[in-house]
Each structure stands twice: as structure tokens, then as C-alpha cells.
Ligand binder design. Structure first.
Ligand code: PMP
Length: 287
């Protein structure tokens, strides 16, 4: 069965849909997207994790770009696409973008398009630990580009990721001019020290939904952290919808041993997203 996608109110085979070469978003990155996951639940069904929160963040991005965005429509489109593909463990990608209609920088007269794709994607949550390196790139400052999932913002992440992988590392760590840790290219940062968990806080970092989830699950303190302090941690953990709970093996030459805290958190998170933790079932939207 070929993949089904949703676009502008219609569900059809992915090949059915197309976009003009002069689409504004293709030239200038004028769109906003989300990265969401659904998980197979033990009763044979599936549920989307924190769907309203993802769509609220997407709406903030749409507002910044002056785009109309209907959360209810997007939510229904996501559920319909998952059902059409019979996807349970899946990655969900809604994208709202400016259509063709002019290549000027004035977007007011452009129309918007909305698409949803779902991809079968088994959960990572493996034990493979990530090797981080300090990025020579700076994170987009919030004053230049608000930390939202605007398409163009991701050129910054892609440059940093390319540079890190070209040197054999798995992920890049952004630090600001004053030495404060910002985030990674697609994950927020946590540290564990003396049994206490801290969520790295920075105004240029994306307000991650997994980050918020982990703060609620663990009671982590959120505060700014410098790179030199991060390197004194017992363990460093990255969080993101896609990466889930990733354990850090090293930041450049500083190697971390596992304290077990990251592994335990990964197992707990895996239970929560699959609805095995009764008290957190409110975070799940049944497919
Ligand atoms: N930072 C960046 C730059 C990201 O792209 C992501 C992934 N959306 C995150 C952090 C983690 O956010 P979330 O937990 O909401 O997926």
C-alpha cells in the first residue's frame, strides 16, 4: 500500500500532491512545521503524545509569520492520516507553508497550504549513547529568529549538524558567546549531578515538549547552565520528540559514565508515551 498523505483537506496517495516550483516557502523557508509522535498502545491501538501542545507551538509559529492556522483542522488531519496509513508507532509531520503567488518578501497576499505526512517510525529508546561536540556555530538568537519550528530556522541546525558529523560526532552542542549552553540541533539538554536533575534553560532554545514532559516527570530544576558546569555533571541527557531520551557518551574529550539515571528515565518515558502510566494518560490523544 502506498503512503497516504493529507493536503489542503484531502487524503490521497502521496504521489497525488505537488507544489509549484515558485512556492514562497521553497525559496525563503517561510513555513512552520511540527515533529510529533504516535505510539502503539498495549490495547492494540495507538495514541499521539501531547498533540495539543505540539499544535499550539505550531500556531505560535504561524502567528509570527502571519499565517492562518486551524488547530482543530490540523488535529483531525493528523488522526485521519494515521488511520489511513494504519500507522501506530509513527512520526508525524504537519507543515504549513506559503504558496506560490509572488517572490517578493511581502507575504500578506500569499495563500497558505497545509500538509500532513506520517511515517512508520519505531521508537529509538535504545542504549546507544551520543557523542556531542561543541559547535563552532551560534544558535539563531531569539531576537533574530524566534525559537519556534519555522522552516528557515533549521538551516542553522543543519549547518551545525553537518559540521559535527564531518568530524565524526553524532550531534552538535550550541553554546552562546558567554559560555551558556543553549541546546543541540534538535534536542534540549539536561544534566544529572549528585542525583539532582537540571533542565538547561536558555532564551534561544526551542521550548521543547519533551523537555517540559521530563521536568514534570522528574521535578527537574530549570536554570541557565554554562558549558564548564555541564562538563562537571555526572550524566548529560538530551530530550526531543524524535530522540526521546538520549544519553550522552561524551562532549568532545569529556567522557561520561552512565549513572543509570538516563536509562531509568528513558524506560519511564517509554511507559508514559505508551499510556502505561495511568496519571499521565491525559497526554495521549487516541488515534
Ligand atoms: N530543540 C530543537 C532545535 C528542536 O528542533 C527540537 C525538536 N522539536 C527540540 C529542541 C526538542 O523539542 P521537542 O521535545 O518538542 O520535540
Amino acid at each position: 500500500m502506498s503512503l497516504m498523505q493529507w493536503c489542503d483537506g484531502e487524503i490521497a496517495n502521496a504521489e497525488t500532491f505537488s507544489a509549484p516550483l515558485t512556492s514562497h516557502a521553497l525559496h525563503y523557508g517561510t513555513g512552520v512545521f511540527e515533529g510529533i509522535r504516535s505510539y502503539a498502545t498495549d490495547d492494540g491501538g495507538a495514541a499521539v503524545f501531547r498533540l495539543p501542545e505540539h499544535l499550539e507551538r505550531m500556531q505560535k509559529g504561524a502567528e509570527v509569520l502571519g499565517m492562518r492556522f486551524d488547530i482543530h483542522q490540523a488535529s483531525e488531519a493528523i488522526l485521519a492520516t494515521l488511520r489511513a496509513n494504519a500507522h501506530r508507532d509513527a512520526y508525524i509531520r504537519p507543515l504549513l507553508w506559503f504558496n506560490a503567488g509572488g517572490l517578493g518578501l511581502d507575504v500578506e497576499k500569499l495563500s497558505e497550504r497545509l500538509m500532513v505526512a506520517t511515517l512508520p517510525w519505531a521508537s529509538h529508546l535504545g542504549t546507544e549513547r551520543v557523542r556531542l561536540t561543541l559547535s563552532p556555530f551560534r544558535r539563531n538568537p531569539a531576537k533574530a529568529l524566534p525559537p519556534l519550528k519555522l522552516c528557515g530556522n533549521y538551516v542553522n541546525s543543519i549547518l551545525a549538524k553537518r559540521e559535527a558529523t564531518s568530524r565524526g560526532f553524532g550531534e552538535a552542542l550550541f553554546v552562546d558567546d558567554d559560555g551558556f549552553v543553549v541546546e543541540c540541533t534538535g534536542e534540549n539538554v539536561f544534566m544529572v549531578k549528585d542525583g539532582h536533575i537540571t533542565a538547561v534553560e536558555h532564551g534561544d532554545a526551542l521550548p521543547g515538549i519533551t523537555r517540559d514532559t521530563v521536568i514534570q516527570l522528574t521535578g527537574a530544576t530549570s536554570r541557565p547552565v554554562r558549558l564548564d558546569e555541564l562538563k562537571t555533571a555526572d550524566e548529560v541527557i538530551l530530550t526531543g520528540t524524535s530522540a526521546e531520551i538520549a544519553r550522552v557518551a561524551a562532549i568532545d574529550e569529556r567522557v561520561f559514565e552512565s549513572t543509570g539515571a538516563g536509562d531509568a528515565l528513558a524506560v519511564y518515558y517509554g511507559d508514559v508515551v505508551r499510556g502505561r502510566a495511568e496519571v499521565h494518560r491525559g497526554w495521549l490523544t487516541r488515534v
